[in-house]
Design a protein around this ligand. Structure first.
Ligand code: F6P
Length: 328
């Protein structure tokens, strides 16, 4: 059996570890693995290379993805999809492993429906993929956020300032929520709870009344305040401009941006990447497909790719309440 493997969409720490496990787990049971470069772009172009155990040496601890990644526009249109199916045929691939987030997994579902046995592996720092408790890369990104918040708190305390820290998450507040909790944020703002700018200011005032003369406000990039007019401004900028104008505390803005996507994967991400990578090729070798391998509690499970449009349940509103309770 000859399997193709690709990484697609926003990269996340641990993708390399998953490819390594898939290749070595696959060769162990007699499979041949082929790496597809730059996600679905490479599938369309037929840009592939054979991967043996040595080809995936020295990548376990490396961030990013050595296969390259892309958000392929061409794969969303019929002409690109036809080319992709043709190159799968030409390369003699019997199945595919697709590593990525929601968009990439939707591509995996399409391939399965088009007759290519496909298994997905969830990898996205947003942790918004349905059916898995954690996606590959989330833990590392959270650790990056927490380390950043620790550093920012030092300077916030020295200067009695408010710091607005914008983190990633266009439609999911998971990183803001969990990073905010672990980093001791006073306020966390997420797309799931569109608080008003006045409420945000009131939270800062409340902290000051309780004797706290600094404040860390973590804002997900997809947050939009209930009472703010539509604007092109970044979410963090809207909040920091408002708080600065109010003047309760001198205010600064930090946008963490793509810092959160890079870096060596944490132990947790390496562990789940190794487990999910190996599981994906084993599932295909057993003649199963059309599923995503997932983390369910402490175990590896499978979830049908036909379910991946369902909303993830990883964002826990109780955590949001907890943050507000213990903030000051
Ligand atoms: O989906 C992962 C993610 O990092 C989001 O949190 C963020 O909104 C987006 O990707 C950024 O994408 P790009 O790197 O293409 O700008």
């Amino acid at each position: 059996m000859r399997l193709g493997i690709l990484t697609s969409g926003g990269d996340s720490p641990g993708m390399n570890a998953a490819v390594r496990a898939a290749v070595r787990g696959g060769t162990d049971i007699g499979l041949e693995l082929v790496g597809i470069m730059h996600g679905y772009e490479g599938l369309i172009e037929g840009d592939m290379m054979p991967l043996d155990n040595r080809a995936v040496g020295g990548i376990l601890e490396r961030g990013g993805t050595f296969l390259g990644s892309a958000r392929s526009k061409e794969f969303r249109v019929e002409s690109g999809q036809r080319k992709a199916l043709a190159s799968i045929e030409r390369a003699g691939l019997d199945g595919l492993v697709v590593i990525g987030g929601n968009g990439s997994l939707a591509g995996a579902r399409w391939l399965q429906e088009s007759g290519v046995p496909t298994v997905g592996i969830p990898a996205s720092i947003d942790n918004d993929v349905y059916g898995t408790a954690m996606a590959i890369g989330v833990d590392t990104a959270l650790n990056t956020v927490v380390e950043s918040l620790d550093r920012i708190r030092d300077t916030a305390i020295s200067h009695d300032r408010a710091f607005v820290v914008e983190v990633m998450g266009r439609s999911s507040g998971y990183i803001a929520l969990m990073g905010g909790l672990a980093g001791g944020a006073e306020v966390v703002l997420v797309p799931e709870f569109p608080e008003s700018l006045d409420q945000i200011e009131a939270s800062v005032v409340e902290g000051v009344k309780k004797g706290k003369h600094h404040s860390i406000i973590v804002v997900a990039e997809g947050f939009s305040p209930a009472d703010s007019p539509q604007t092109e401004k970044a979410a963090g900028r809207i909040v920091s401009d408002f708080l600065a104008a109010k003047g309760t505390l001198e205010t600064r803005l930090t946008i963490l941006g793509h810092l959160q996507r890079g870096g060596s994967p944490s132990a947790f991400d390496r562990i789940i990447a190794c487990r999910l990578g190996e599981a994906a090729v084993r599932v295909l070798a057993q003649g199963d497909s059309g599923v995503m391998v997932a983390l369910s509690g402490r175990d590896v499970s499978t979830v049908s790719l036909s379910d991946i449009d369902r909303p993830s349940t990883n964002f826990n509103p109780d955590i949001y309440k907890l943050i507000n309770k213990i903030a000051n």
